[in-house]
Write a protein that binds this ligand. Structure first.
Ligand code: AHR
Length: 312
């Protein structure tokens, strides 16, 4: 676990947040599993770096492990930070450590992923509607296939809200409104390109050209799947349509090259919003319980034109 990217001299010793001159924020990041995650980290670190006179960021990279995130949160509590931000790698298992933060008077801000805890244990959730993203992906998939075809699903990290909800949103929409679309296989690729490729290779071995579409819970896994499809001698984007979530530059390049079809955007550039919320909380203000991100849907036909405007 990497701690303290931007530790300044203002760390208090008393474990109370109110005495800090600067806004002292601890952020427990998940890791570096995807281009999206890197963009989120960069957004947070860049904003803090631009505001060193007012912000003291303590950053921990948990390398995909919940136990590391919990350790980081405990150390932030010890340090007496003003606010703790966390992108929970999985949804469950946070009650005890969030209660510790609450008892120490330090608000928890959930960033990008939800935790299933009582609402009283966090101040706000800043992030996307993952169910809506899954639903939109299903509508796009069905439209691309004319309402009929066998498809496979590459799921994100087991137990992550982004995986649980993108799966639910997608599968509920298919079941309710697209009877001709059949999900023949679904497996985790852990949100990484390497695992996305590996899982797609095994799907292709089992189902071959019966597969008409792939839904990836993120673009990185879809990019891995595209490699696997090409190596199997098939054409991604036409033999097998590709729909995924995030909106990273790599998928726009793939769409512009005709190798992917649709990405449902999920905004990782949360740094400015996050610190704004932290400052409000430090000042004793109130914030909405869910600060929802705006997101679009991007398709292959405009990808080349969209690409220069993408920021991550
Ligand atoms: O929680 C957001 C998800 O986490 C992104 O879609 C994915 O790329 C990342 O790993």
């Amino acid at each position: 676990m990497l701690l303290a990217v931007a530790c300044g001299p203002s760390t208090p010793s008393g474990g109370k947040s109110s005495g800090n001159e600067k806004l002292v924020v601890g952020f427990a990041q998940i890791g570096q599993e995807s281009g999206w995650r890197d963009a989120e980290t960069a957004s947070i670190q860049f904003y803090a770096g631009q505001n060193l006179d007012t912000i003291d960021l303590k950053f921990a990279d948990a390398q995909q492990k919940q136990e590391n995130q919990i350790k980081a949160i405990k150390s932030f509590i010890e340090m007496g930070v003003d606010v703790i931000g966390v992108a929970p790698v999985v949804e469950t298992g946070w009650d005890a450590v969030f209660t510790e933060a609450k008892d120490a008077g330090i608000p928890i801000v959930l960033v990008d992923r939800m935790a299933s805890v009582d609402e009283s244990l966090y101040a706000t959730f800043i992030g996307s509607d993952f169910i809506e993203e899954g639903k939109n992906a299903a509508i796009e998939m069905s439209a691309l296939l004319g309402g009929t075809g066998k498809i496979v699903q590459l799921e994100g990290t087991v137990g992550a809200s982004a995986a649980n909800d993108r799966k639910k949103g997608f599968e509920d929409e298919i079941a309710a409104n697209h009877p001709g679309i059949e999900i023949i296989a679904s497996q985790t690729g852990d949100f990484t390109r390497a695992k996305g490729k590996e899982v797609m290779e095994s799907f292709l071995k089992t189902y071959g050209s019966d597969i008409k579409g792939i839904y990836g819970h993120n673009d990185d896994m879809a990019l891995g799947a595209i490699e696997a499809i090409k190596e199997a001698g098939l054409k991604p984007g036409s033999d097998i349509v590709v729909v995924s979530v995030d909106g990273v530059k790599g998928i726009f390049e793939a769409m512009a090259a005709g190798e992917a079809n649709v990405t449902v955007e999920c905004n990782p550039l949360l740094g400015p919003q996050f610190f704004d919320v932290c400052q409000t909380l430090k000042d004793g203000g109130t914030v909405e319980k869910w600060i929802k991100s705006d997101e679009g849907i991007f398709r292959a036909d405009t990808a080349a034109a969209d690409l220069p405007n993408r920021k991550y």
